[in-house]
Design a binder for this molecule. Structure first.
Ligand SMILES: *Cc1c(COP(=O)(O)O)cnc(C)c1O
Length: 232
């Protein structure tokens, strides 16, 4: 199905309405939530359209595909990696992406740290937690996060800005709500026990953005809700 500008505008309007409605219900400001446009599977023109509409944070889940678009883009944007990163592509990812949301092992984090530090960079990252204990998903286990942070604190090449999660399959609003609440409680506990700040909570996609906002999401990652079904 070809991308349609008019339906994109209509979709964006509907999304803003959905976000506004939940925000009102739970007393949050829509300004406290960033709407990331997930452009994976779509051509660069779609990303350009999103940026023109004010959605300047773009999400890609594959390194090669994302890097291709980043290099070809003639517009400024914040490009973030939201898919599993294989270690042989870490160097490329550090060089090209502005933030990596999908850091899912200590080994990968330490590798990214070395690469960033070697370039005098501090790489913004989120730690992905498999809060729904979905065997088909990457991410740390909730219980190991305190130990993980102990190992990663003080690594100069990393700016750990918060946590990310994907609700477990199959899509279900109640299990999504539970996994988002788990992430928020985990964040609160880590901040208290380790005396640090983890302000970013990346959670919620097209299907489950309502429970994500209610649980404290600061970054919604939306693809199909903006652009329609992804071309195969
Ligand atoms: C594809 C993807 C999304 C967007 O999903 P939609 O259902 O299209 O909104 C969000 N987060 C991650 C990690 C993804 O891979």
């Amino acid at each position: 199905m070809a991308f349609n500008h008019r339906s994109f505008r209509r979709n964006l309007g509907r999304l803003r309405e959905r976000i506004g409605t939940v925000c009102e219900k739970c007393g949050r400001s829509p300004d406290s939530i960033n709407l990331m446009a997930v452009t994976k599977g779509f051509p660069l023109e779609v990303a350009a359209t999103a940026v023109e509409a004010g959605l300047t944070t773009l999400g890609e889940n594959r390194v090669q595909e994302g890097v291709g678009k980043i290099k070809a883009a003639n517009f400024p944007a914040q490009w973030e990696l939201i898919g599993h990163l294989q270690s042989n592509k870490a160097q490329l990812a550090v060089k090209c992406f502005h933030r990596i949301q999908s850091v899912d092992s200590v080994k990968l984090a330490l590798r990214l740290n070395r690469m960033a530090a070697a370039n005098q960079k501090k790489l913004p990252i989120l730690l992905q937690v498999n809060t729904g204990e979905d065997p088909g998903k990457f991410g740390f286990r909730t219980e190991e996060m305190e130990a993980v942070l102990h190992q990663l604190l003080g690594q100069d090449g990393l700016a750990i800005q918060g946590l990310m999660t994907i609700a477990p399959a199959p899509p279900n609003l109640e299990s999504a709500r539970q996994s988002f609440e788990t992430l928020r409680r985990l964040r609160d506990r880590l901040e208290e026990r380790l005396a640090l700040r983890l302000p970013e909570l990346s959670m919620g996609m097209t299907f489950d953005l309502e429970p994500a906002i209610a649980a404290g999401s600061t970054c919604l990652r939306v693809g199909s809700g903006l652009f329609g079904p992804r071309p195969k």
